[in-house]
Structure formats: C-alpha cells, structure tokens
Design a protein around this ligand. Structure first.
Ligand code: HEM
Ligand code: HEM
Length: 212
C-alpha cells in the first residue's frame, strides 16, 4: 500500500511541478511546494526501499544483468517467467527514475538567477545558481523522456506478459499467468506501522530541514 500510494502521488506531483514551473513572481511558491512534495516522496522511497515490505525493497527487485537480459528476450515469447514484484527491467528503471528525480530536486534547491530562486540559491552564489538552473531544465527534459519510456514499457510488458501492470500497481495484486482467472497474492506479513511511520518521518524531516 505505501508503495502504491507513493507511486501515484509521485506521478501527480511530478506533473504538477512541471505545470507550475512556468509560474512567475508571487505564484512561484506553487512550483517550490510541489517540488518539496516530490523531494519528500523520493526520500521516503529511499527509506522504504530498505525498511519496506518484501516487494518494495531494492534488494527484491534489483536483478543482475543476466536476468534482466533474459527477461527482456522472453517478453517476446508466449510464456515469459513471472515476477510477483517489480519486473527486472522495471526494477532498474525505478533506480534511474529515483536518481534523476533526486538530482533534479537537488539542482532546483540551489538554482535561480535574478528571477525565481530556489531556497538555497544564496549558498551556491549567482554564477553557479544560474548554471544549476540550466542543469535543472535539462534534467526535466531527461525525466520526461524516461517517463515516456517507462509508460511505454509498462504498456508493452502488460501486453506481452498478459499481466496488467497498471492494475497491479493500483491493486497490489497480479494475475496468475498459469490460470488467468486467478489472482495471485503472496502470504506477505501485514505492513509494519512503525516502518511506515519511520520512512514517512524521513521524507518529512528532509523537507523540514531544507525549509528550516
Ligand atoms: C519533479 C520536480 C521538478 C520539476 C519537474 C521541475 C521543473 C522545472 C522546470 C521545467 C523549470 C524551468 C521553467 C522555465 O523557466 O521554463 C524549473 C525552474 C525552476 N525550478 Fe523546478 N522542477 C522540479 C523541482 C524543483 C524543486 C524541488 C525546486 C526547489 C525547491 C525547484 C526550483 C526551481 C527554480 C528555482 C527554478 C527557476 C530556475 C531559473 O530560473 O534558473 N524545482 N523547474
Ligand atoms: C510522472 C510520472 C511517473 C513517474 C515519475 C513514475 C515513477 C515510477 C516509479 C519510481 C516506480 C517504482 C515504484 C516503486 O516501487 O516505488 C514506478 C513503477 C511503476 N509505474 Fe510509474 N511513474 C510515472 C507514471 C506512471 C504511469 C502514467 C503509469 C501507468 C501507465 C505507471 C505505471 C507504473 C507501473 C505499472 C509500475 C510498476 C512497474 C513494474 O512492476 O515493473 N507509472 N513508476
């Protein structure tokens, strides 16, 4: 559940951060606010990737290259191997998306010229802050290119494996490919409230630290 809430909140906030990025003057706080939201979510996900439930952990879905390659080849065949957690290719895309988001957020914090400024732009100094504004925009383009690949890959894998990943990312369940009428749910222990709270606290603490 926390992973799924994270995902759809992230998608919405990234979209809002982009929509508000053109805001000027008094309205620029909307871009900073949505940016802080993205930042909190990314920090939460890093903590949740270590302390979270089985399929949320990085150790669960980061497969060696040999597995990723076999999985990608198998996708064109009738019965590809099943993965109850993230798929091997999807797993590495998660790391790439989180890394780009982290650097995008970090550059935004220190970015800005005479116009709109990030909250830490004074630390970077005028010249560097200006350059980081450029970096921020380039990373934004990179992010949306990756999101396009991400969504296209999700659609492709859903089609080729007959396993609707979008529904799985919404319900937390996958269909049993041996019998498409059955839904597979693992015997996963209930989400530990303390672990969720600790991970959420990390996300909030990061935002509070920057605001402070
Ligand atoms: C997913 C998150 C984000 C996205 C997609 C995003 C996207 C963008 C884009 C596209 C621009 C360029 C707008 C333009 O002039 O055409 C921009 C500018 C800016 N963003 Fe972000 N941003 C994000 C997060 C953040 C964060 C976390 C901060 C800081 C707290 C931030 C601070 C800024 C600043 C200060 C500028 C103006 C830079 C300048 O004029 O040189 N952004 N952002
Ligand atoms: C701003 C847009 C988006 C971003 C930044 C984004 C980012 C991510 C991230 C970080 C994950 C890993 C989830 C986790 O374990 O924490 C993920 C997984 C996933 N996302 Fe997105 N996503 C976006 C849009 C979408 C959209 C529009 C769809 C639906 C078409 C989608 C479908 C999925 C699916 C199905 C997975 C699981 C993939 C797998 O199990 O291999 N995402 N996404």
């Amino acid at each position: 559940m926390p992973t799924r809430v994270f995902h759809w909140s992230l998608a919405i906030l990234v979209l809002l951060a982009w929509v508000t990025s053109e805001a000027e003057g008094a309205l620029f706080w909307t871009h900073l606010a949505t940016g802080y939201g993205v930042m909190g979510l990314v920090v939460f996900r890093l903590a949740w990737g270590v302390a979270g439930t089985r399929h949320a952990r990085f150790s669960d879905f980061l497969y060696p290259w040999s597995v990723v390659r076999t999985h990608m080849k198998e996708m064109l065949q009738p019965a590809p191997a099943r993965f109850l957690g993230h798929t091997p290719a999807g797993g590495w895309m998660i790391v790439i998306l989180l890394a780009v988001l982290a650097v995008l957020v970090a550059s935004g914090l220190f970015a800005g010229d005479e116009g709109e400024k990030g909250p830490l732009a004074h630390i970077a100094g005028a010249g560097l802050a200006d350059g980081l504004g450029e970096v921020h925009e380039i990373l934004n383009t990179l992010l949306w290119s990756l999101i396009a690949v991400h969504v296209a890959a999700v659609l492709f894998v859903s089609f080729s494996t007959k396993d609707n990943l979008i529904r799985a990312m919404w319900t937390g369940r996958k269909k049993n490919l041996a019998n498409l009428n059955e839904t597979v749910a693992e015997d996963i222990p209930p989400v530990g409230a303390l672990r969720v709270a600790a991970s959420v606290a990390f996300g909030i603490a990061a935002v509070v630290a920057v605001l402070w």
